[in-house]
Design a protein. Structure first.
Length: 93
C-alpha cells in the first residue's frame, strides 16, 4: 500500500490496530470506513454479517504462508500437499 501513491494520497487517515478484532469492531461501530485484513479473515467476517460488508477485488499484494505439521504425519502431509497443488492449479490459491 505504501508504494501506491495514488491510493495513499486518497486516504484521509491510516490507523494501525494491534489486532484484527479491534479493527473489525471499529468498522462495525462506524469509527472507521474500511479495514485491510487477510482475505480469509474478511470473508469469514462477511459470512457472519451477510450483505453488510464486501471484499474489494483489488489485490494489495501476495504473501507466503507456512504450515507446520508433525514429521510423522506423512499421509497428512501428502494429502495437504495435493490439496495445495490442486488449489494452485485451479486458481483458488
Amino acid at each position: 500500500l505504501k508504494n501506491d501513491a495514488v491510493t495513499m494520497n486518497s486516504l484521509k487517515k491510516i490507523r494501525k490496530f494491534s489486532n484484527n478484532t479491534e479493527a473489525l469492531m471499529d468498522l462495525a461501530n462506524g469509527r472507521i470506513d474500511a479495514v485491510v485484513v487477510d482475505e480469509v479473515v474478511g470473508r469469514y467476517y462477511i459470512s457472519k454479517k451477510p450483505g453488510v460488508y464486501s471484499v474489494l477485488e483489488d489485490n494489495l499484494g501476495e504473501e507466503s504462508y507456512g504450515v507446520g505439521i508433525r514429521k510423522e504425519d506423512k499421509d497428512f502431509r501428502e494429502a495437504l500437499d495435493k490439496a495445495l497443488d490442486d488449489m494452485k492449479d485451479d486458481g483458488t490459491a
